[in-house]
Design a protein around this ligand. Structure first.
Ligand code: WT7
Length: 653
């Protein structure tokens, strides 16, 4: 027999048409009977209620669901505290000595924290928050790196009923400021810095700049990352030290019984306009779906698995599948601070070997990077503890899927390709690893209790095989409850395109086996390395530069990132196109929004392709940027514009 690892991707692709869950996996699987779909669908409210019952309620709900389209209330009348689900009940059940986090800093510093230790720390932080005047319903903005204190801060906010809002610590001062202002946060919690590829990222400088314009903020709590990681930023009048406010607090704190529908957090994500949307999630329903999906999709055995999700807690994946899902289940997990290629390109595999990771959840963009770096890196390590692999954030190309299966999963680990969104709060479309025969590239079918449909332009449903807009057609417990301060936009964005149905913004197709294939966004949102960016947001950032008169941005196919932003810019009078100006504009977007949004390249042009009514036809710009045959131009005001633009674009190369 030839070594499967020696096979080329093409051979693997031709051989692996489907993956049948191995008997060994099925024998131990949390779900081994496909009847789960029929029974959950028959009584989907009862199905979700059966999961809610596994949580610890201070008061049981009166009504499972109030559905006043498009507003849902789940487990109405019920009271519970999110931190209790993730901590106290595990300690009370005698599992306090179980490791909650294996933390590994980029520089190799390590810490182990048990559930009891995390509970005590969370109580100290919660008491400290109260001492700073934080009350139920107040907003706390968090700008921290991947250290255990980040997860603990979320749980501490939840313990006292403060609404937390994590801003990914790669966002710019302007982005952070906008988010703090939108939610009128009372408190900001940050770290001075963190390690990234051997260098210190100075977070405090970003925070100083952001909060200068935020009057609502009474204090900024600064965690010292330590280990030689410091910030050059000066202390400001509102600063307080993490240790001063938290370290000496009592290590018990009575959790506040929250209403099931009380907001737990706000998480900002990009929409089709320049202004990010503050997605609001509430307590009881969110935890119910986080608990259920983690347990079933990842086939979690909390008493023995070591789980590792490589996302940052600053994104929804980290909220649901690092903090609330795994912790509500009482799982042991790995948290890693830094880059996958530091100090070497085998860092992840070294971590899997070291901590005996059994469940590994990452993004296709990362898998493509691993492929590029070469299979010799994973081959150096013992990855035999792995038994399940997950993928999230963007469609996974079949090449990456088969590579992941063979070089990481040893050909034996099921892969769960999980489709969901910041808005859905939890996984919606996914295999169940013990029962789904998977196909490379398909997220397969809706999770039990979830109903997804494909809708045509005219609003009619696609029956059987075919393509359409992806819509969710039943309420689900972890659905967003609205946009912070903007319900009109909530109704318009998600519920008006196909009245009565949740419009996800993705296109998808269904094959003959009833499997769904997510095709990507159909709106002006792009997906860069699994992260969501708005074309409009980048455009408004470009036009904020003094040299720019008009800008159009499109997401174009990119080998590693999935998609990458490309800009087309019309300069103002008196400015001359040059490579220097292109670099300046790219850097400008990077500092205005964050590094992810920096355009891959910018083409200067005297004109943009517009319809007669003046709308920029981004579709045509995408065709040019991807070197494709240019699509239908009949609606263009002046078809000649394209020729010049194409010439400019090619000249740039
Ligand atoms: C968008 C949501 C959910 C956590 C990470 C991103 C795309 C997400 C998949 C997948 C194909 C996917 C969709 C979706 N997406 N997972 N498995 N297959 N596409 O969260 O920033 O809210 O973005 O990511 O386009 O709409 P997000």
């Amino acid at each position: 027999m030839t070594d499967p690892k020696a096979k080329t991707i093409d051979t693997l692709l031709s051989e692996i048409r489907t993956f049948i869950p191995p008997a060994e996996f099925v024998a131990q699987a949390n779900v081994a009977d496909p009847a789960i779909y029929a029974s959950a669908n028959e009584d989907w409210q009862g199905w979700w209620a059966s999961w809610a019952e596994k949580l610890q309620w201070d008061r049981k709900w009166d009504t499972v669901l109030n559905w006043n389209l498009p507003y849902a209330e789940w487990f109405v009348g019920g009271k519970l505290n999110a931190s209790v689900q993730c901590l106290d009940r595990h300690v009370a059940a005698g599992n306090g000595e179980r490791i909650a986090f294996y933390f590994e800093g980029e520089q190799g510093d390590t810490r182990e924290l048990t559930y009891s230790q995390v509970l005590r720390n969370v109580c100290r932080i919660a008491n400290g928050l109260k001492s700073l005047g934080v009350n139920k319903g107040d907003r706390v903005a968090i700008y921290m790196p991947m250290v255990p204190e980040l997860a603990m801060t979320l749980l501490a906010c939840a313990r006292i009923g403060a609404i937390f809002s994590v801003v990914f610590a790669g966002f710019s001062p302007t982005s952070l400021k906008d988010r703090i202002q939108d939610q009128t946060a009372k408190l900001v919690i940050c770290a001075d810095g963190c390690w990234r590829r051997g260098k210190v990222l100075d977070l405090k400088t970003v925070v100083n700049e952001a909060v200068a314009a935020c009057d609502s903020v009474t204090n900024v709590v600064v965690l010292r990352r330590g280990g030689g990681c410091t910030s050059a930023a000066p202390a400001t009048a509102r600063d307080v030290e993490w240790n001063d406010v938290f370290a000496n607090q009592a290590d018990t704190c009575t959790p506040l019984a929250m209403d099931s529908e009380d907001p737990l957090f706000i998480l900002y994500t990009s929409g089709t306009t320049g202004k990010p949307k503050g997605i609001v999630h509430t307590t009881g329903g969110y935890l119910t779906a986080a608990l259920a999906t983690t347990k079933l999709v990842f086939d979690l055995k909390e008493e023995k698995d070591v789980y590792w999700c490589t996302a940052d807690i600053g994104w929804i994946t980290g909220h649901t599948y690092i903090v609330f899902g795994p912790m509500a289940n009482g799982a042991t997990q790995v948290i890693y601070e830094g880059a996958p290629d530091f100090p070497h390109q085998d860092r992840f595999w070294a971590l899997i070997e070291k901590y005996k990771v059994s469940i590994f959840y990452t993004a296709p963009t990362a898998i493509r990077a691993f492929m590029k770096w070469g299979e010799e890196h994973p081959a150096k390590h013992d990855l035999s503890t792995l038994r399940l692999l997950g993928s999230v954030g963007e469609p996974i190309n079949p090449e990456a899927w088969v590579w992941y299966l063979h070089h990481i999963g040893g050909g034996k680990c099921p892969i769960v390709d999980t489709w969901w969104q910041t808005e859905t709060g939890a996984i919606m479309i996914t295999p169940l690893p013990g029962i789904t025969t998977t196909v490379p590239g398909s997220a397969t079918t809706p999770f039990p209790g979830i109903e997804a449909k494909l809708i045509q332009e005219d609003g009619s449903e696609v029956i059987g095989a075919g393509g359409g807009y992806l819509a969710l057609t039943r309420p689900w417990p972890s659905m967003l409850r609205g946009l912070w301060g903007d319900n009109k936009r909530y109704e318009e964005t998600y519920w008006s395109r196909f009245p009565g149905k949740y419009f996800a913004g993705d296109g998808a197709k269904r094959d003959e086996n009833n499997f769904l294939w997510i095709l990507g966004r159909v709106d002006d949102v792009m997906n860069v390395s699994g992260h969501r960016l708005s074309t409009m947001e980048i455009e408004s950032s470009l036009v904020a530069h003094p040299s720019v008169a008009e800008a159009a941005v499109v997401g174009v196919a990119h080998e590693m990132k999935g998609q990458a932003p490309i800009g087309f810019v019309i300069l103002r009078h008196g400015y001359v196109a040059s490579p220097q100006l292109e670099q300046e504009l790219r850097a400008f977007v990077g500092t205005e929004i964050g590094g992810l949004a920096r355009p891959e390249r910018i083409t200067f042009t005297p004109e943009l392709p517009k319809t007669r009514s003046g709308k920029i036809m981004r579709r045509l710009l995408r065709d040019i940027a991807e070197g494709k045959e240019i699509g239908d131009v009949t609606t263009l005001a002046d078809p000649n514009v394209l020729k010049g633009l194409q010439a400019e674009f090619v000249k740039h190369d």
